[in-house]
Write a protein that binds this ligand. Structure first.
Ligand code: PHE
Length: 330
């Protein structure tokens, strides 16, 4: 039996141990052989031999059990070691994308108006004369309809020149009150430092029954919005003209670069023009069949906001897709 005790002690793996166990305890194993001998043994020797055999059987079984526990622990430990992940290993950074600065700016604007309970409306990029001009009180001879500004399709449809047609569509599809914004792409035949033929606007429209909505409401709403976007700036309303609003205003903020002292960006005026707005013209309400209502509207250029917020000097660079520029906005 000493032979087996040594074998078990030296056994390096569980699979080996199982083979040894079979050699000892199997049907043809040494113990079975020993018990077989018992039958042909003289009576007086039987008892002692059997007792001896039983003791050896119990000892070997205990020894195998102990070895089994030891080897299992070793095998688990080595498996854990071989499968371990070194979380301190240096890894090549994964190239990640990011929102385009214009879209990020748009999101921020949308977020503000969502918080103020405005609904989000959309309309088609290819518009018709009625929605883009006629219903917005743009008479036939208005210069905005000039071929210079508008991209026309062969069938007299056109690429919308502003997001204001969404005002018209939303009013035609809903009863007042209305409290909406319409972010989206617009198109104009224009191209220089501050103009691209494709750009983005966010339109806003608030309509209430009766005469509840005034220019004062518009003014305080926009002041809060512009402070949210640009921080602690001064806001100035300048009388202006839009066919679809009366009275109309253009809105300036104090220059965020020179704080009003005068610089290149504000062309020494100390002010930056950021949006157009006004009280909705009664002719617009007539065109959509609204009676006894009042409202205000505003429209802003998202690129203009993005350029000011990120100090981008040339608008066209925003649309060149140059990674060296875009990666600065991650
Ligand atoms: N639609 C105008 C533009 O594109 C902006 C505007 C919208 C002005 C609503 C007043 C009211 O210039």
């Amino acid at each position: 039996m000493q032979e087996f005790i040594e074998k078990i002690n030296k056994c390096p793996a569980l699979s080996e141990l199982e083979k040894i166990r079979v050699e000892i305890f199997g049907k043809k194993g040494v113990l079975a052989e020993g018990f077989a001998k018992l039958k042909s043994m003289p009576e007086d020797e039987k008892k002692e031999f059997a007792a001896d055999l039983n003791r050896q059987r119990d000892d070997l079984a205990a020894l195998i059990e102990a070895k089994k526990t030891e080897l299992s622990a070793l095998e688990i430990a080595s498996k854990m070691k071989s499968e371990a992940v070194d979380i301190t290993l240096f890894n090549e950074p994964v190239a990640s994308g990011a929102l385009h600065p214009v879209m990020a700016t748009m999101d921020r604007i949308i977020e503000y108006f969502m918080m103020q309970n405005f609904s989000l409306e959309t309309g088609p990029l290819i518009e018709d004369d009625f929605h883009n001009f006629e219903a917005l009180n743009l008479p036939k001879y208005h210069p905005a309809r000039d071929m210079q500004d508008t991209f026309y399709l062969n069938d007299f449809r056109l690429l919308r020149t502003h997001t204001s047609p969404v005002q018209v569509r939303t009013m035609l599809a809903n009863k007042p009150p209305i409290r909406m914004i319409a972010p989206g792409t617009v198109f104009r035949r224009d191209m220089d430092l501050t103009h691209t033929p494709m750009f983005h606007q966010v339109e806003g429209l608030v309509v209430e029954d009766g005469d509840k909505v005034s220019f004062a409401n518009l003014k305080s709403m926009l002041e809060q919005f512009l402070k949210y976007m640009f921080g602690d700036v001064e806001v100035r309303f300048r009388p202006s003209f839009f066919p679809f609003t009366e009275p109309s205003a253009e809105v300036d903020i104090s220059c965020i670069f020179c704080h009003g002292d005068g610089c290149r960006v504000c062309k020494q005026t100390g002010w930056l023009e950021v949006l157009g707005c006004g009280v909705v013209d009664p002719n617009v309400f007539d065109a959509v069949g609204y009676k006894n209502v009042s409202g205000y509207a505003f429209g802003l250029g998202v690129e203009r906001f993005a350029m000011l917020l990120h100090r981008v000097p040339d608008l066209r660079s925003l649309f060149e897709g140059d990674l060296r520029l875009l990666e600065q906005f991650k």
